[in-house]
Write a protein that binds this ligand. Structure first.
Ligand SMILES: Nc1ncnc2c1ncn2[C@@H]1O[C@H](COP(=O)(O)OP(=O)(O)O)[C@@H](O)[C@H]1O
Ligand SMILES: [Mg+2]
Length: 147
């Protein structure tokens, strides 16, 4: 089993697409083991996106991700990182396949709806940055005990 970290960015909340996006993960057979809605503090956003510091879109990115409530999730499945990244689609929604979350709901890279960890190591770091251990639930699904 592998864990990954997802942010439904402020425009997902504003456009009332939170349920639609969560339903895709549930239908796929991916288990939600933590979830909360928060306003991401600026300092945490800057840590999360530190690899992009100095790029031309960096300030807009930090402004946007801190502009309203986001929904944060920890998801678990076999190959969670790769599966969720593929469901999310390319960074630029113009390159994201229809059927992916960005390919179905987004048009601009700055407002591409969702973040997902790009490696298991990044997932571990991001989960630690946004969640306390006691906010993560370890449980078995009665219908899908292998998850
Ligand atoms: N060229 C760009 N213009 C505007 N925003 C961008 C651009 N590239 C990346 N971003 C924003 O920064 C976030 C982080 O970038 P990156 O890690 O490269 O993409 P991803 O979210 O697909 O992992 C993206 O999700 C997007 O919101
Ligand atoms: Mg990234």
């Amino acid at each position: 089993m592998e864990r990954t970290f997802v942010i439904l960015k402020p425009n997902a909340v504003q456009r009332e697409l939170v349920g639609e996006i969560i339903a895709r993960f549930e239908r796929r057979g991916i288990k939600i083991i933590a979830m909360k809605m928060i306003m991401i503090p600026r300092e945490i956003a800057e840590t999360h996106y530190r690899e992009h510091r100095g790029k031309d879109f960096y300030v807009d990115l930090i402004d946007f991700i801190t502009s309203g409530p986001s929904v944060l999730m920890v998801l678990e499945s076999h190959d969670a990182v790769r599966i969720v990244r593929y469901m999310v689609g390319a960074t630029d929604p113009a390159d994201a396949h229809p059927g992916s979350i960005r390919g179905d709901f987004a048009t601009s890279p700055g407002h591409n709806m969702i973040h997902a960890s790009d490696s298991p190591e990044a997932a571990r770091e991001e989960i630690d940055l946004f969640f306390k251990p006691e906010e993560i639930q370890e449980y078995t699904l009665a219908v899908r005990p292998w998850l």
